[in-house]
Design a protein around this ligand. Sequence first.
Ligand code: ADP
Ligand code: MG
Ligand code: ZN
Length: 508
Amino acid sequence: MTAPVASPSATGRYEAVIGIEIHVQLRTRSKMFCGCSTDFQAAPPNSHTCPICLGMPGTLPVANRLAVEHVLATGLALEAEIVPVTRWDRKNYFYPDLPKGYQISQYDLPLTQNGRLTFDTSEGPFTVGIRRAHLEEDTARLLHMTGDSGDRASLVDFNRSGVALMEIVTEPDLRTAEQARRYAEELRLLLLTIGASEAALESGQMRVEANISLRPIGAQAFGTRVEVKNMNSFRSVERAIGHEIERQAGVLSNGGDVIQETRGWDENRAATYTMRLKEDSQDYRYFPEPDLPPLKADPAWLDEIRARQPELPAARRARYRAELGLSAYDANVIVGDLKATRVFEGALAAESALPAKRVANWVTGEYLRLAKGSDAIDALEPAELGRLLRLVDEGTLSGTSAKEVFARIFAGERTAAVVEELGLAQISDGGALETAVDEVLAANPAAVEDIRAGKAQAIGFLVGQVMKQTRGRANAAMVRELIRSRLDAAPPAATAPRRPKGTPEASG
Ligand code: ADP
Ligand code: MG
Ligand code: ZN
């Protein structure tokens, strides 16, 4: 039976309450509690395992220092409290992807807690409270197969078993699907910026789960929540939450009760479906992990991590706007893409006299157009973009030629070499331009007549002809002036447009 659909008026009677749990694989070379390599993307199943991550009895885990550092760095970036002494707990449950029968996690003493993250939405900036960020280990991966004869089997690949995982949990502060998506996007950018995770949603390095409940507008108490998972893009995060809000509004407005459960998102059907009834935390029988000592976050260690912290996205956007004069749009686009940020900063560092706004236009325009195109490989050396834009500024290169050169430096070539090879240096030499202009005037008597008859727009046509003849290399402003002065000098030119004051008379 399909759930009754909520009318817009039904949806409008309720307010959504949303809290997000995000798991990310941390960027470490070895797993959380053993020395097995995490570099198994292209490796055969079960080739990166040892007795510890296979869960053999009697083995002892040893904590990965870098994984702890990543969580501490995340906590600092989220303005969270770092708990001075923290410990590990066992979360007990049975599933074939969990060989020990428990997951080493953190229960009541997470490494960091009470943080916040501010991000932009279409309705303005929004701040969500971060309840906690803690460390745990990933499970193995199950592959469900159907054989040739139709028999079904589930296979276990333990390569992922024991990979360091960070769970970040928000307060139930979010109210709309858009806020939830924007939070997830901003958190991902933050994690990429501090290097804590590769955080790709498609490959499961970042997994977003949304807890959603509805309450009548004006009510204080929270309603029963549903947890939604299996969203593997930011777009599906927003869509899944939107649909789940509508589904719950339909249930409630028809007098029904929302059941506490875990639902999966089906992208093709654009609907959520029941996966299992939600466990309560007492079902997991958490207890302290006896095989690992408590962990102390030494203040000197924290200082070190703090000192290494790069500029965070929010601070970078603010600096681009306040100090470099970029628009909010440009700052968002550039900061939202780590490679664009690197290109922008690198080009400006190489040519600090360039106007930042101009560099920003190239990064948000040409650069991102090529970088997001499917086939071009980005091998751009940022300083080369700086050099290219300086040539444009100096008048050595026309705008058209600059785009041609950019396509090649994007593929890894040097600006100077390409300009040289293509013979693209802009013609600003008066003599060469005069020759070209005279040829074009002689070849287009009708346009010349038009201009003399007062049709000033015909000048544009002649400038175009000169550009064509010089393969875009002529300095267009100089060509326009030359044409004007040539026609001015020749009688009768009573109705020809006047040249600007101070322009030298044409010679001859
Ligand atoms: P669990 O232990 O089941 O993971 P938590 O209490 O830790 O549950 O909460 C998980 C997430 O659910 C958090 O992000 C929290 O903000 C959110 N949450 C809790 N109660 C509700 C509710 N009634 N509606 C929406 N989200 C909720
Ligand atoms: Mg949870
Ligand atoms: Zn191992």
